[in-house]
Design a protein around this ligand. Structure first.
Ligand SMILES: [Zn+2]
Length: 472
C-alpha cells in the first residue's frame, strides 16, 4: 500500500475531527478493547526485573548523555504516558526514556517502564510521529505487562531466574548470543520477544495512545514500512522481536479511523534533535560493542571469524587444549578460534561466526558457558532454559527427547533442537547441561547446518568428552 501524501493526511484529519464532533460517543466506544493478558507477577515485580536489567543496559550500552536529546525523548515519552489509560498506569512503574548511541534501527522497553531508543531508530524516522509511534508501541508492551505475561506462560519460570536471565542476556552471556537468532547482546531473546497476539495488542493500544496524544496512528504503520524498507527485505532486530501479525498497516489504519485524534502538540524538536545527533561521536554498531566488550582473554573478542556464507573448513584432526578461565578446560580442533564473552566462550571455524543480515550469528562450532538455573532439579532447570530460549527463537524447536548423558563425569542432559541456519537449510543444535557446585548450570552447545552434521559429529563428541570442570 502506498504511503499517503502528508497534505492529504492533514485534511483527512480535519474531516475526522469534524465527524468525531458529530459522532463523538460512537467514535469513542468503537475503539478496540485491549485487555492485559494473564499475569502471575505483580507490577512491583515488573519494576524490579526492569530496574535490574536497565542497570545492566546502562553499564554496557553507549548511553547518550546530551541535554537536548534526552530532554526531547523525555518530552515525547511523558506526553504518551499522559495519554495512556489510567487503569493500566500502575503507580509502581518507573518510566524512563533513554537514547542509545547505536546504529541499529531498534528500541526496547523493559518491564516496569525503562525504555531505550537507538539513534538508528531516530535516523530512520522521517518525522516525530514515527518515533512517537515506536515509543507508543513499546509503552503499550510495558502497560500491558507483556514481558512478565510471557514469563507467566513459560512453565517453571521463577522470578530470580528471570531477572538473572535478562541481566545475563544484556551482558552478552550464554543463550542470547549462543545461536543465530539472537543479537550480540541478546536482549531480544528473553522477555522482549513478543507473540503475534501481543504485537497486535501493542499496535492497537499504541495507536489509541498516539491518537489521544495528538498523533496520527498511521505514522506507526509508516514506521513499520520504513523499518522494513531499510532492512532490504530482511527484518532487522526490532522486527524479529516484534513480529508482524499480518496486515499491520491495514489494521492500524482501521483502528485510526475509529479514533478521534487530539490536537497535535506544539512540538518542532524533531529536526533540531536529528541535527544534534550529528554533533555526537559516531554511532556504534552491536558488532563494535562485541569487539570492545571482549572478555578476559586480552585484546577483546573478535566480532566475527571470517565471513558468514563463505566456505567453512572441516574440523582439523589436530586438537589443542583451551581454557575457560578457572572453570574448565577442553580440547578443540586446532583450526577453531576462541571467542570469549563475559560468561561463555565459543570455538568456531573460519567463516562460522559473524554478521548476517544485521545480526551476529554462529553457524558452525560450539559454545561453553554458564547460565542461571531456575531449579535444583536438572531436568526442570534444563527445560526452563530451553523453553525460554525457544520462546525467543520462533524458528527453533525441540527435535526429540532429552537424553541422560555425562559431562565431565557428572550427570547431564542432552537436548536436540532444530532451527534455520543463516547459511540456508536447517540447523542442528544440541544443548548439554549439568550443574556446577554453586548451583548454576553449565552448558555445552553445538551448532551445525544439518547438511554438514556428519562432518562435525566426531569433533562435537570429542570436544564434549574432553570437557573438564574445575569448580570442585
Ligand atoms: Zn512489539
Amino acid at each position: 500500500m502506498a504511503t499517503q501524501p502528508r497534505v492529504f493526511a492533514r485534511s483527512g484529519r480535519r474531516a475526522v475531527t469534524w465527524m468525531a464532533a458529530v459522532l463523538c460517543t460512537v467514535a469513542v466506544s468503537a475503539q478496540t478493547q485491549v485487555t492485559p493478558p494473564k499475569n502471575k507477577y505483580t507490577p512491583e515485580q515488573d519494576v524490579q526485573i526492569g530496574r535490574e536489567a536497565a542497570a545492566e543496559v546502562r553499564r554496557e550500552y553507549p548511553i547518550i548523555d546530551d541535554r537536548q536529546i534526552d530532554g526531547y525523548l523525555d518530552e515525547l515519552g511523558r506526553r504518551l504516558i499522559a495519554a495512556s489509560p489510567a487503569n493500566l498506569k500502575h503507580p509502581a512503574f518507573e518510566y524512563s526514556f533513554t537514547p542509545v548511541n547505536l546504529k541499529e534501527i531498534n528500541a526496547f522497553a523493559l518491564p516496569g517502564g525503562p525504555m531505550f531508543v537507538n539513534r538508528g531508530m531516530f535516523m530512520a524516522a522521517s518525522g516525530e510521529g514515527e518515533v512517537v509511534g515506536v515509543m507508543a508501541h513499546e509503552l503499550a508492551h510495558v502497560l500491558l505487562r507483556h514481558g512478565t505475561a510471557n514469563a507467566t506462560k513459560a512453565q517453571g519460570f521463577q522470578l530470580g531466574a528471570l531477572a538473572g536471565a535478562i541481566a545475563g542476556a544484556v551482558i552478552g552471556g550464554g543463550w542470547g548470543e549462543a545461536i543465530s537468532q539472537g543479537s550480540q547482546f541478546g536482549l531480544g531473546t528473553w522477555l522482549l520477544k513478543y507473540s503475534r497476539e501481543y504485537e497486535k495488542q501493542a499496535d492497537l493500544l499504541g495507536a489509541q495512545i498516539m491518537a489521544r496524544a495528538g498523533y496520527d496512528p498511521r505514522d506507526l504503520g509508516r514506521m513499520f514500512e520504513t523499518i522494513q524498507k531499510q532492512a532490504n527485505g530482511t527484518p532487522p532486530q526490532w522486527l524479529s522481536s516484534h513480529p508482524n501479525p499480518g496486515n499491520r498497516s491495514r489494521y492500524i489504519a482501521d483502528e485510526a479511523s475509529k479514533l478521534e485524534i487530539g490536537p497535535r502538540p506544539d512540538s518542532n524538536g524533531f529536526a533540531s534533535t536529528k541535527r544534534r545527533f550529528d554533533t555526537l561521536p559516531p554511532a556504534k554498531s552491536m558488532a563494535d560493542m562485541g569487539r570492545e566488550g571482549g572478555g578476559s582473554s586480552g585484546g577483546g573478542a573478535p566480532a566475527s571469524v571470517g565471513r558468514i556464507g563463505e566456505a567453512v573448513p572441516a574440523p582439523s584432526r589436530q586438537y589443542r587444549t583451551a581454557r575457560g578461565g578457572q572453570l574448565f578446560q577442553v580440547s578443540v580442533p586446532s583450526n577453531w578460534t576462541a571467542v570469549s564473552s563475559n560468561n561463555s566462550v565459543k570455538f568456531v571455524p573460519q567463516n562460522g561466526y559473524g554478521e548476517s543480515r544485521g545480526q551476529t550469528v554462529l553457524t558452525h562450532g560450539v559454545e561453553l558457558g554458564v547460565a542461571r538455573a531456575s531449579s535444583r532439579d536438572l531436568r526442570q532447570a534444563t527445560s526452563t532454559l530451553v523453553q525460554a530460549f525457544l520462546q525467543g527463537n520462533p524458528e527453533m524447536r525441540v527435535a526429540g527427547d532429552s537424553q541422560a548423558t555425562r559431562l565431565s563425569n557428572r550427570t547431564a542432559i542432552g537436548t536436540p533442537l532444530v532451527g534455520r541456519s543463516a547459511v540456508g537449510g536447517n540447523e542442528r543444535v544440541a544443548v548439554y547441561t549439568t550443574f556446577l557446585a554453586d548451583g548454576n548450570l553449565f552448558y555445552y552447545l553445538t551448532v551445525v547446518p544439518e547438511r554438514e552434521a556428519g562432518t562435525y559429529e566426531a569433533a562435537f563428541n570429542r570436544v564434549g568428552q574432553s570437557i573438564r570442570l574445575n569448580d570442585r
